[in-house]
Design a protein around this ligand. Structure first.
Ligand SMILES: Cc1ncc(COP(=O)(O)O)c(C=O)c1O
Length: 378
C-alpha cells in the first residue's frame, strides 16, 4: 500500500534519539533544533519519561472516560501548580487541532454565538472550526468554509471592537507568538485590549498555546508575558514530549455539563503518564527558566550571523529572518551540517524549536554552522 502523499519529505529516516540528538539508519548524528516541530520539550528519550511510560504500560495503558482515571487528577493538580493556572479546569484530548476545535465549540456553547475572530498569519490546526480560523486558504476545504470567521490584522484593536460590537462573535482566537506564521507577536497593549473587549462583549478569549505552551516561550504559557487571563487556553505539542496529548484549560465562569465535550482517547492512562513525566522534569530540571536563559543566549549569538534581518520570538520558540528564502539553507543544514531546523509560512524565517534541554555549546555549534554556510553562499 502506498502512503497518501501529503508531506514533502527530507531524505532522513531517524531511528534513534537522545536528548537533543537524532540518529538515522546509517548511524549519522543530527543536532535537533526543531524538536519534531516544537514537540520535544524535555529532550528525546528522557530516562524519567521512558520509565514512567514503560511502567504505566506494564499496569494499564488505556481505559475509557466512562470510569475514573486518577492519573487525570494527578496531571491536573501538577499542571495547575506548575502553570499558575490552578483555578482553571482541564479537559484532555489528543492533538492541537482537537484542543482548538473544543475551545471554539465550548466558547460557542457558552455564549450562544457562532462567529470567530482570528488573525492574519495565524495557524490553529486542521479540524473543521480550527482550520476555518487558520489564515491559509489552501488548507480550507469547501466543507470548512461554511464556518463564519473574520480574519483581522494583529494589533488593530478598533477593528476587533467593531466586529465584537456586532454581538455574534463567540470567540477571539490568537497565538501568543505565531508559530507556523513566522514568530510574529502582538504587543502587550493589544493582548490586554483583547481581554477587555472580550469581557465587555461576552466573547471568549482563546489563547492558542499549542506551540508556545509548556515552557517553550520561557514562561509556562506565552500569554503570561502579557499579564492577561484568557477564558480558554489550548495546549498540545510539548505536553507529551512526543506522546499525542492535547487539552484545554477552562476558566471557572464557563460551566461544564455532561456530554458537552467528549473523546475516546483523550486523557488515557499512557497519555497522562507521559504528560506527568513532562511536568516532573520541567519542574525538577527548572527547564522553563533555562529556556528563557538559553533563548537570550541564542538571541545574542545569532547577531553574529551575516545578513540577519530580524530575530524573533522568545525562550526557545525563535525565528531568524533573512531577506531571502531559507529553503536552501535548511537543506544545507540537514545534509551538510546534520542539523534539523524549521521553516515557516514566511519563507524568509528559519525556525528554531529545540528541546528545552539544549545547551549553549550546542547553540554555538549551530551558529558556527549557519555562519559558515551563509558566508560561502553569499
Ligand atoms: C499554534 C498551533 N495551533 C494548533 C496546531 C495544530 O496542532 P496539531 O497538529 O497537533 O493538530 C499547531 C500545529 O502546528 C500550532 O502550531
Amino acid at each position: 500500500m502506498k502512503l497518501f502523499d501529503v508531506y514533502p519529505l527530507y531524505n532522513v529516516d531517524p531511528v534513534k534519539a537522545e536528548d537533543c540528538y537524532v540518529w538515522d539508519k546509517e548511524g549519522k548524528e543530527y543536532l535537533d533544533l526543531y524538536g519534531g516541530h516544537a514537540v520535544i520539550s524535555i529532550g528525546h528519550g528522557h530516562p524519567h519519561y521512558v520509565n514512567k511510560l514503560k511502567s504505566q504500560l506494564d499496569n494499564i495503558g488505556f481505559y475509557s472516560n466512562a470510569v475514573h482515571n486518577s492519573l487525570q487528577k494527578e496531571l491536573a493538580d501538577k499542571l495547575g501548580k506548575l502553570s499558575g493556572c490552578d483555578e482553571y479546569e482541564l479537559f484532555l484530548c489528543s492533538s492541537g487541532a482537537e484542543a482548538n476545535e473544543n475551545a471554539l465549540k465550548l466558547a460557542s456553547f457558552h455564549n450562544g454565538k457562532h462567529r470567530v475572530v482570528a488573525f492574519t498569519n495565524g495557524f490553529h490546526g486542521r479540524t473543521s472550526a480550527a482550520v476555518a480560523a487558520t489564515d491559509n486558504k489552501a488548507i480550507i476545504a469547501p466543507i470548512n468554509a461554511q464556518q463564519e470567521v473574520t480574519i483581522l490584522p494583529m494589533g488593530n484593536l478598533s477593528a476587533v471592537e467593531a466586529e465584537l460590537k456586532k454581538n455574534d462573535v463567540c470567540a477571539v482566537i490568537i497565538e501568543p507568538i505565531q508559530g507556523v506564521g513566522g514568530l510574529d507577536e502582538a504587543e502587550t497593549e493589544f493582548f490586554q485590549g483583547l481581554e477587555q473587549l472580550c469581557k465587555a462583549n461576552n466573547t471568549c478569549l482563546i489563547l492558542d498555546e499549542v506551540q508556545s505552551g509548556f515552557g517553550r516561550s520561557g514562561k509556562f504559557f506565552g500569554f503570561q508575558h502579557h499579564g492577561i487571563n484568557p477564558d480558554i487556553i489550548s495546549m498540545a505539542k510539548g505536553m507529551g514530549n512526543g506522546f499525542p496529548i492535547g487539552g484545554i484549560l477552562i476558566a471557572p465562569h464557563i460551566k461544564s455539563k455532561y456530554g458537552l465535550l467528549g473523546t475516546t482517547f483523550g486523557g488515557n492512562h499512557l497519555a497522562c503518564a507521559a504528560c506527568i513525566a513532562v511536568l516532573d522534569v520541567l519542574e525538577k530540571e527548572n527547564l522553563i527558566d533555562k529556556a528563557a536563559l538559553t533563548g537570550n543566549y541564542f538571541m545574542q549569538k545569532a547577531q553574529e550571523i551575516p545578513g540577519v534581518k530580524m530575530l524573533k520570538g522568545r525562550g526557545l520558540m525563535l525565528g531568524i529572518e533573512f531577506d531571502y528564502e531559507v529553503g536552501e539553507l535548511r537543506k544545507q543544514l540537514i545534509y551538510e551540517k546534520r542539523m534539523f531546523t524549521g521553516g515557516a509560512k514566511n519563507k524568509n524565517v528559519l525556525r528554531i524549536l529545540p528541546p528545552l534541554t539544549i545547551q549553549t555549546t550546542e547553540i554555538d555549534k549551530f551558529i558556527e554552522a549557519v555562519k559558515e554556510i551563509v558566508s560561502i553562499t553569499n
